[in-house]
Write a protein that binds this ligand. Structure first.
Ligand SMILES: [Zn+2]
Length: 405
């Protein structure tokens, strides 16, 4: 399956007007001058790929304004440096998502556990969705370990039926609840957005909340919600919403073109860095579904060897007793790079867990272990209570890079 795909009717006028907007940006004009006409979606193949810096330049110049209501700006990607901005009108385009995705209804009591503030969009996005459902909402925000008992008890007493958050916030919460025998019998749904689903939740959620099912949203601050899934779909497979025109190009990288009638971010073949493939979804819904294969920028160099942090962390997660794992690569001026594996153990983890992980890594077939064999002192494994999280979003990435002090 190839070409530019949308799950709804395609109004070619919208990408055409986006092209005109991009051409009006002095620093981008020359990139777009060669495109003669866009008469069909397939003509977009002649448009250049857009990446984050292009979009930043475009919105800096265009300063988009909503056609009605407030214009909201959110931080778009990256946890350091000057925030790059994404724009959206009041409602954050959630009407369209609500048409297609209905985990919540008027009888639900929904706890929003996405971190709020610091210009991160997820918390507000899901509240905009909750508005449309008529549910009872609880804006909790992300919580830390010391608050789990209080809020779990609150959730039980308030008969919370739905909890949503990033998987790296949900995993330790449900892991803690499971380890401490907490039950949430009223919980019917667990909503996720912002990261891939964490397979560890497949065991923790049923142990805590036997009636709860997972429901996901997929997207970014640039595209806003791009796809939805239900408990009947694979966790990495998404049904696109109709205002997304999607193409899979070289190296399976996905690009998004906005078909939103009043869209603020001028997206024309915008590449997020995610790779994907077209599939038929197991839920039986006809049409194409988009399976996400992960990011193509998870490759990094470690001591001159290409190192895939996703594969590496997956391998560590395969060791029984590991709840969460993260790679910290530190550059030391004198001794070069070192790799520290941080592991949050499960309650029933074996006492020699770090030794087991060390052994597992060294016996792995992946090429990057060559560096550890050359210099065994450059690899350490430590257990921690919590991984290093982005303080703004609560997300924990597989790789943290640091410069030694
Ligand atoms: Zn499906």
């Amino acid at each position: 399956m190839t070409g530019f795909y949308s799950s709804g009717p395609i109004s070619i006028d919208i990408p055409r007007s986006t092209l005109a907007r991009l051409r009006s940006v002095p620093t981008l004009a020359s990139r777009y001058e060669g495109i003669v006409a866009i008469d069909s979606p397939e003509d977009l193949i002649h448009a250049p790929i857009m990446v984050k810096d292009d979009l930043t330049a475009a919105v800096e110049y265009l300063r988009p304004k909503a056609h009605r209501g407030a214009t909201w700006t959110f931080q778009s990607g990256g946890s350091t440096g000057v925030p790059k901005l994404g724009y959206a009108p009041t409602g954050l385009y959630m009407d369209e998502v609500y048409q297609q995705w209905k985990p919540l209804g008027p009888n639900d009591v929904f706890a929003n556990c996405w971190g709020a503030g610091k210009m991160w969009g997820a918390h507000y996005l899901v509240n905009a969705y909750a508005d449309l459902t008529g549910c009872t909402g609880i804006s909790l925000g992300a919580m830390d370990r010391s608050e789990y008992d209080t809020w779990l008890e609150f959730a039980l007493n308030r008969q919370v039926t739905s909890i949503g958050g990033t998987p790296s916030v949900l995993r330790p919460l449900f892991g803690y609840a499971r380890d401490n025998g907490v039950k949430l019998p009223d919980l019917r749904s667990v909503l996720f957005l912002g990261e891939a689903w964490n397979p560890g939740l497949e065991a923790d959620v049923p142990a805590v909340a036997p009636h709860a099912q997972r429901w996901g949203l997929y997207g970014s601050t640039e595209t806003w919600v791009a796809g939805t899934n239900t408990p009947n779909c694979a966790a990495d497979t998404w049904h696109l919403i109709p205002s997304q025109l999607v193409h899979i190009g070289e190296d399976q990288l996905i690009d998004f073109t906005s078909l939103k009638p009043h869209g603020l971010n001028p997206l024309l073949r915008y590449q997020t860095g995610d790779a994907g493939e077209w599939v038929s979804c197991t839920c039986g819904e006809p049409g194409r579904a988009l399976r996400i294969l992960g990011r193509r920028d998870e490759n990094t160099m470690f001591r001159g060897i290409l190192f895939n942090t996703d594969q590496f962390v997956d391998e560590v997660l395969g060791e029984p007793g590991v709840m969460q794992a993260q790679t910290v690569i530190t550059t030391h001026e004198a001794r070069g790079e070192t790799c520290e594996v941080l592991v949050v153990p499960t309650n029933d983890a074996p006492a020699d867990l770090t030794d087991r992980i060390h052994k597992r890594i060294l016996s792995s077939a992946y090429g990057h272990t060559t560096a550890f064999h050359r210099d065994p002192t450059c690899l350490t494994v430590s257990t921690v209570e919590a991984l290093i999280a982005n303080p703004r979003t609560g997300k924990t990435s597989n790789l943290v890079r640091r410069q030694a002090a």
